[in-house]
Design a protein around this ligand. Structure first.
Ligand SMILES: NC(=O)c1ccc[n+]([C@@H]2O[C@H](COP(=O)([O-])OP(=O)(O)OC[C@H]3O[C@@H](n4cnc5c(N)ncnc54)[C@H](O)[C@@H]3O)[C@@H](O)[C@H]2O)c1
Length: 340
C-alpha cells in the first residue's frame, strides 16, 4: 500500500484530496496519511475562503494527520508519495525536501519559476533515485488527449491552424485576500506562468518546439505581470495562437480550442467537443478511451501512482519536458517585454 501526503491544501490541494478519496473508494491500494499547510484554517477546513471542497475533501481532512510545514511532516511520517500543491514559488523547496527524505513527488504546474530551480528538482530526483512528475493536467484531459491523437494519427490530415484559449479569474477581484501570491509576479509569475502555461505545454506536446514566439501581454494586478496574454507560436506550416486573460470581471473561467485540419475542424468549447468533418455531419466523438475518467486530475494521479508502484519513470510528462515548457514560457515573457 502506498502512503500519500499532500503539501498545501488550498484550492487545488483540496481537489487533489478529493481525488485521493475517490481513488480509495474505487479500490486503489493507497492510504492518505498526512497533509501540511501553514494555515491552520486550511488544515481543519474552516478557512473563510470557500474552495468547493465537497464532501470527499472535507472527509479526507478529518482522517489525516496534520502538520504546519513539510519539515514537521517529514520528521514524523514516511510517505511514499508527496503531492506538492503549495504556491508555485515554493515548489522547488518543498519538492526537494520530500525527494531527499526518500519520497516520490507529484508536483503541480508550473514546475518552478525559473529553469535553475527545475534543474535542481531534476538532479535531486535523480540523485535520490525517486520519481518526479509535474502535473501538466491537459496531458491527462480526455478532450486534449483526443486532439493529440488526431494530430499524431493524421486522422483528418495536417493541421492548418490551431487556436487555444483560457481565462476568467474574477476571484482575484472579488476576493483579493485569497491566494494573492498568484498575482504577485515573483511568487506566481502572473497569468502567463500560472494559467497560460497549460496551453503552452500542450502546444509543445502536439506540435514540438516553435521556431519562435511572438507575445503581447499586459499586466492587470498591481504586483503581477502578463495577466492578459496572446502568443503566436511560429511554425513553418501552420498558424498557432493561444490567449489567456485572468483579468475578466464577472466572466466564468473557461477554456477550449479550435483546430483546423485539412479534412475537419475540431472544437472544444463550453465543455463540449465537436468534430465538423468536411462534407459530413458534425458529431460529438466518444473520448472514453482517452483517459481513465472525466477528471484529468484523477487521471494524472492514477498514472503517477502506477508509475511508482511499478517502478516505471513517468513518460507522459517527464520533468525534462516540464522544464522545456518553463523555458518556452520564459521566451514568451521576454517577447512580451520586448513588445511593450
Ligand atoms: N493544474 C491546475 O489546473 C491548477 C489549478 C489551480 C492551481 N494549480 C497550481 O496549484 C498550486 C496551488 O494553487 P492553489 O490555487 O491551490 O493555491 P491556494 O493559495 O489556494 O493554495 C495553496 C495552499 O498552500 C499553502 N501553503 C503555503 N505555503 C506552504 C508551504 N510552505 N507548504 C505547504 N503548503 C503551503 C497555502 O496556505 C494554501 O493553503 C499552484 O502551483 C498552482 O499553479 C494548478
Amino acid at each position: 500500500m502506498l502512503k500519500i501526503a499532500v503539501a498545501g491544501v488550498g484550492r487545488m490541494g483540496s481537489h487533489h484530496l478529493a481525488m485521493y478519496r475517490r481513488l480509495i473508494k474505487d479500490g486503489a491500494d493507497i492510504k492518505l496519511i498526512a497533509i501540511c499547510d501553514p494555515e491552520e484554517s486550511r488544515l481543519n477546513g474552516t478557512s473563510k475562503h470557500v474552495f468547493n471542497m465537497g464532501t470527499d475533501a472535507q472527509l479526507a481532512l478529518d482522517t489525516v494527520r496534520k502538520y504546519l510545514n513539510i519539515d514537521e511532516l517529514l520528521a514524523h511520517e514516511t510517505p511514499d508519495i508527496v503531492d506538492v500543491v503549495c504556491p508555485t514559488y515554493l515548489h522547488c523547496e518543498v519538492a526537494c525536501k520530500a525527494l531527499k527524505a526518500g519520497c516520490n513527488v507529484l508536483c503541480e504546474k508550473p514546475m518552478a519559476l525559473d529553469e535553475s530551480q527545475c534543474d535542481l528538482m531534476i538532479s535531486t530526483a535523480k540523485s535520490c533515485g525517486k520519481k518526479l512528475m509535474i502535473a501538466q493536467c491537459l496531458r491527462f484531459w480526455r478532450e486534449y488527449v483526443y486532439l493529440k491523437r488526431l494530430v499524431n494519427n493524421g486522422t483528418y490530415g495536417a493541421v492548418k491552424a490551431a487556436y487555444f484559449w483560457r481565462g476568467g479569474f474574477a476571484d482575484h477581484i472579488n476576493n483579493p485576500s485569497w491566494h494573492d501570491w498568484i498575482i504577485d509576479a515573483d511568487k506566481g509569475g502572473g497569468g502567463l506562468f500560472d494559467q497560460h502555461i497549460h496551453d503552452t505545454d500542450f502546444i509543445r506536446l502536439c506540435f514540438g518546439e516553435p521556431n519562435k514566439v511572438v507575445t503581447t501581454a499586459k499586466k492587470f494586478f498591481d504586483k503581477s505581470r502578463d495577466d492578459i496574454v496572446s502568443t503566436n507560436y511560429i511554425y513553418p506550416d501552420k498558424v498557432v495562437n493561444a490567449i489567456d486573460d485572468i483579468s475578466y470581471a464577472a466572466y466564468p473561467f473557461s477554456f477550449g480550442y479550435r483546430v483546423n485540419f485539412d479534412g475537419a475542424t475540431v472544437e472544444y468549447t463550453a465543455n463540449k467537443l465537436t468534430v465538423y468533418p468536411m462534407g459530413g455531419t458534425p458529431f460529438e466523438p466518444n473520448v472514453t478511451d482517452c483517459g481513465t475518467t472525466e477528471d484529468a486530475y484523477y487521471n494524472e494521479i492514477v498514472y503517477f501512482i502506477s508509475c511508482v508502484k511499478n517502478g516505471i519513470d513517468p513518460v507522459i510528462c517527464t520533468p525534462e519536458d516540464a522544464k522545456a515548457t518553463i523555458a518556452l514560457v520564459k521566451k514568451e515573457a521576454a517577447s512580451a517585454a520586448a513588445n511593450r
